[in-house]
Ligand binder design. Structure first.
Ligand SMILES: [Zn+2]
Length: 96
């Protein structure tokens, strides 16, 4: 296993893992006719308001997907905690 693959995956990664299906545009490629189109698993994310994709090596797909799921779960927890905090403050200050 190459050293690169041993690097620890970050705990959370922003973005969504999706399978992209596309035709490459080469006239003589199988995908131009009846053959299957090209599939790649990518991390789709936004950077400065732009949507970007990063092609993922097959062996990293599951770990990246898991990190994006941890990110979504953490974001949801934070959102719920912050909403509860807001509700608490609102109810306390409105009672005065
Ligand atoms: Zn093609």
């Amino acid at each position: 296993m190459p050293a690169k693959a041993k690097r620890a995956m970050p705990e959370t990664i922003r973005g969504t893992v999706v399978t992209q299906r596309r035709r490459c545009g080469k006239a003589n490629c199988r995908c131009a006719n009846d053959g299957p189109v090209h599939e790649s698993v990518v991390l789709s994310y936004s950077e400065q308001g732009r949507s970007r994709v990063l092609i993922l090596p097959r062996e990293e797909v599951e770990a990246v997907r898991a990190a994006t799921e941890r990110y979504r779960a953490a974001r949801k927890r934070l959102e719920e905690e912050a909403n509860a905090g807001l509700a608490q403050l609102v109810s306390r200050l409105r009672q005065r």
